[in-house]
Design a protein around this ligand. Structure first.
Ligand code: ADP
Ligand code: MG
Length: 255
């Protein structure tokens, strides 16, 4: 039921990796998950082995909704395996940023599209693009929670502060139920003093919203993505797998 946007305006933060592997870890505990790829770069779709431009995708359904025809998001759902499905992206989604601009209720398009299916899943994750444009605003307007992955470096830390400003505005103006689920540090290396320092500063600012679990740097996570698989189907013994398993346990506790 809950819809969770995985968002932050910085590329390379680990949004897509977190969306895929947190979803896969939850699926392994028996949950039914839908991933929505709202990034025109389609990294999530490709990382789950969807290489082609699917005939039905998030863009084709947004297009229908914009034209005033009823979108049928069910048509765009691809089952990856039992309990894990995805609504793939398409490069055309890049144009939707502009096209949505001319539409009445432009911030609520995704929200109304997913209403018919929200109860079909235990969790729906929306993987957001690297900008706070209309696609991210649509994702946040459709969500109950936002999950923010970030690297423990200075610039991402500053990026969080600016993201939180948009989060507050969206909560005030568009979606009162939106809540911060938490911040999770990715590509973490405990030998890097900066990583630990940023973690402490985040805890000072956001308290228990900072996940205790950190996702360590693990090359297998990148290789799994290249291979079109989640980490559990790629290398079950990698510490990326145990980190995302632990994140899933903490995620379930928080909810
Ligand atoms: N914990 C990690 N260890 C090593 N590489 C990672 C890790 N998390 C993500 N990556 C890699 O870093 C790159 C950016 O991650 P990604 O999840 O695509 O970020 P975003 O979606 O925020 O742009 C990808 O190549 C991904 O495979
Ligand atoms: Mg991404």
């Amino acid at each position: 039921m809950p819809v969770i946007s995985v968002a932050i305006q910085k590329g390379g933060s680990g949004k897509t990796t977190t969306a895929i592997n947190l979803a896969a870890a939850l699926q392994r505990t028996g949950k039914k998950i839908l991933l929505i790829d709202a990034d025109p770069q389609a990294n999530l779709s490709q990382s789950l082995g969807i290489e082609d431009e699917p005939e039905h995708n998030l863009y084709t359904e947004i297009r229908k909704e914009m034209d005033g025809d009823a979108a049928e998001i069910r048509n765009a759902i691809r089952i990856i395996h039992d309990g894990l499905s995805v609504v793939p992206s398409s490069i055309e989604l890049a144009g939707a940023e502009m096209e949505l601009f001319r539409v009445y209720g432009r911030e609520q398009v995704l929200s109304s599209m997913i209403q018919p299916i929200v109860n079909d899943y235990d969790f729906i994750f929306v993987d957001c693009p690297h900008a706070i444009g209309l696609l991210t605003v649509n994702a946040l307007t459709a969500s109950d929670y936002v999950l923010i992955p970030l690297q423990g470096e200075f610039l991402p830390f500053k990026g969080v502060k600016s993201f939180m400003h948009h989060f507050e505005l969206i909560r005030k103006k568009l979606n009162k139920k939106l809540d911060l689920l938490g911040l999770v540090l990715t590509k973490f290396d405990e030998r890097k003093t900066m990583n630990g320092k940023i973690r402490e500063e985040l805890i000072a600012l956001y308290g228990d919203k900072v996940f205790q679990t950190v996702i360590r740097t693990n090359i297998q996570l990148a290789k799994a993505q290249e291979a079109g698989k989640d980490i559990f189907n790629f290398d079950r013994s990698a510490h990326g797998a145990s980190d995302y398993e632990q994140l899933a346990a903490e995620f379930l506790e928080k909810l």
